[in-house]
Design a binder for this molecule. Structure first.
Ligand code: AMP
Length: 283
């Protein structure tokens, strides 16, 4: 497996592979890879002849008081995991390769970028859309693979691909969880043993929503109320949002239907965690 550091090298690799008839699958990550990332890489390898995994802790998607500086960086282990899961190249550029000095071009997906995580993380989705557009264009990717774990991110990126008429198809993969339900996240390593227990409230709330839907419940207020009660019983956690929305627009819905997104975000100590379920479809 090769490690590429520049856009020019990634593009040259992609063009050579495509000229030989291979499709290119792209898996954008910020590193600190875990089984959730591995599942995306395996899906990419199953669907595309060649797979590029990007490892780039993207500064523009972090707010000034967020964890950019201390975000876990485990490059050697990441490369081993990526190779084992089926990556052909790892693209790991320095920041100035993605953001040349005085870079002034950004991708803003209006409206969608201010909802759910975008509401509490100003500028976050602008950073995400910008870096993913750059990666899709640089890799000339046929398909790019994302986790449903970041469901609002998926909505923003789908809109971006449609609006910019990008040639990359978005593929969404299911949430990978620990045996007890906790969604895998690079940020889980921040959690103390106690906090990790508290964090299970998110997956329990999501599971409850799924159970309500399966039992025939459709009123949004019932879904959000049930989750609020679960979080109220765990005062160590601070809820950021509990929302039932249309997955494409991220607008609240009053009546749930199959495909509606039930999503939660909460602060567990200093760590912000998210979880969700697409109702009626599983996660
Ligand atoms: P990140 O490195 O956190 O930016 O995540 C890179 C990609 O991995 C994103 O598309 C995430 O949605 C996806 N991902 C993160 N955690 C999981 C998980 N538990 N299950 C599936 N995909 C995940």
């Amino acid at each position: 497996m090769e490690i590429l550091r520049t856009v020019a090298k990634l593009r040259a690799w992609s063009r050579l592979e495509r000229s030989e008839g291979n499709e290119i699958g792209l898996v954008p990550t910020m590193g600190a890879l875990h089984e959730g990332h591995a599942s995306l890489i395996r899906a990419a390898a199953a669907s595309c002849g060649r797979v590029a995994v990007s490892i780039f802790v993207n500064p523009t998607q972090f707010g000034p008081n967020e964890d950019f500086a201390r975000y876990p960086r485990t490059f050697d282990a990441d490369c081993a995991l990526a190779e084992l899961a089926g990556a052909d190249v790892v693209f790991a550029p320095p920041v100035e390769e993605i953001y040349p000095a005085a870079a002034a071009t950004f991708v803003d997906v209006e409206g969608l970028s201010d909802r759910l995580d975008g509401a509490s993380r100003a500028g976050h989705f602008r950073g995400v859309a910008t870096v993913v557009a750059k990666l899709m264009i640089a890799a000339e990717a046929d398909q790019a693979f994302f986790g449903q774990k970041d469901a609002a991110q998926v909505s923003v990126l789908r809109r971006m691909v449609t609006d910019l008429r990008l040639a990359t198809e978005i593929v969404v993969c299911p949430i990978v969880r620990e045996a007890d339900g906790l969604a895998l996240s690079s940020r889980n390593i921040y959690l103390s043993e106690e906090e990790r227990e508290w964090a299970l409230t998110l997956s329990r709330a999501v599971r409850e929503a799924e159970a309500l839907f399966a039992a025939g419940e459709r009123r949004a207020a019932t879904f959000t109320q049930a989750a609020r009660m679960m979080f109220a019983a765990m005062p160590q956690i601070r809820v950021d949002y509990i929302a039932l929305v249309d997955w494409a627009t991220l607008e609240p819905v009053e009546i749930a239907e199959a495909g509606s997104l039930f999503a939660v975000a909460a602060w567990v100590g200093k760590t912000r965690l998210i979880d969700n379920v697409v109702l009626g479809l599983g996660d």
